[in-house]
Ligand binder design. Sequence first.
Ligand SMILES: [Zn+2]
Length: 360
Amino acid sequence: MKRHLRRCGECGIPLAYARYLRWYPNGTIIGTDRGRTRLAFLETELINSIIEGISAYIGLDIQPVVVEAERRIGRRFIETIVPSAYVKLGLYRLPRDISVIEPPSRYIFDHVAGLGYGRFFILSYKRRKRMTVLCRNPYSDGMLIGDSLGVWEFLEQKQGAYRGERENGMLRITLMETVEPRPHLEERLIPYAPVYLPGKLDYRICGGGCRLPAFPGKTYEWDLEEGVITDRRTGMRIACVPTASLDAVFRELEEELGQEIPRIINEITRRKVRDFLAGAALGGEDGFREQLREMPLRGFGNPFIERIDDRSCVVRVENPFSPALLEGILAGAASNLWGREAFCRAEKQHGSFSWRYHLS
Ligand SMILES: [Zn+2]
């Protein structure tokens, strides 16, 4: 059996991901790569609804903004896994063809399939000129085009342009030399290492060989050949997304389009999460508490209910993953709890990585 397909005998999680992902008791999930990428398990429908919802609201396709933000994240991701000699010694100038790049590409493609992004293949490759890849089951066109462009630009050490086309439900991405170089210098992303608050989350560990929380293996079904993760309970598709990606996309949108953006994100998220939960089995306050218990296991941060009654609620979240999204997620959960639109006001706690959410 292929190495990346081996699974834990007890919970069924693919062992390659058991080694890549670390669940911490402070409500974070961190990759073991050099960049210590923080990740969260999110419904792909939520991510795409936000992108489509903003496009519909402003009457413009925002995919280019998403691609631009995600390009830098893709570039940083590949930088952390390629040895530094590649750029320093100019290895990218060496002649190579598709047979040389196929094995390392396979490694990257398996990795992204395991994160639930879809299954990639190389269609054609011309060194430092052009590359075409095909993705079966793409989780989000804009995010994947951005990732691919960032990776291509780093590996070829060139500025690129892209074309993304849908073909029989698949996404075909062509990356090529740009004819319009960006006028500004490439800013280096400063590695951002937040100081997380310590936590002592108490979760059940899988009794099998993986030693991970039992939650991911029990809850999610990984189809590695298709690059699809599914929540077994809801049938919804899930992707394991770097939180920096979401933040970069949201920041870029806010800079380009203005301060309305966080409110729109919040509203779309609230509606979506309420709809997701309306179909779930558990309602009432027990259901609400159960949803909060799940948050740290999905990498959203560590929530504490400070106060709750039948009209309002205060939740403090330590190490929250994306404050604007969390506002919407909590408001959606509270809307489901109270059976009406709930509103959320967030306030950052001074001097620590902690936010307080007032729901009413
Ligand atoms: Zn296990």
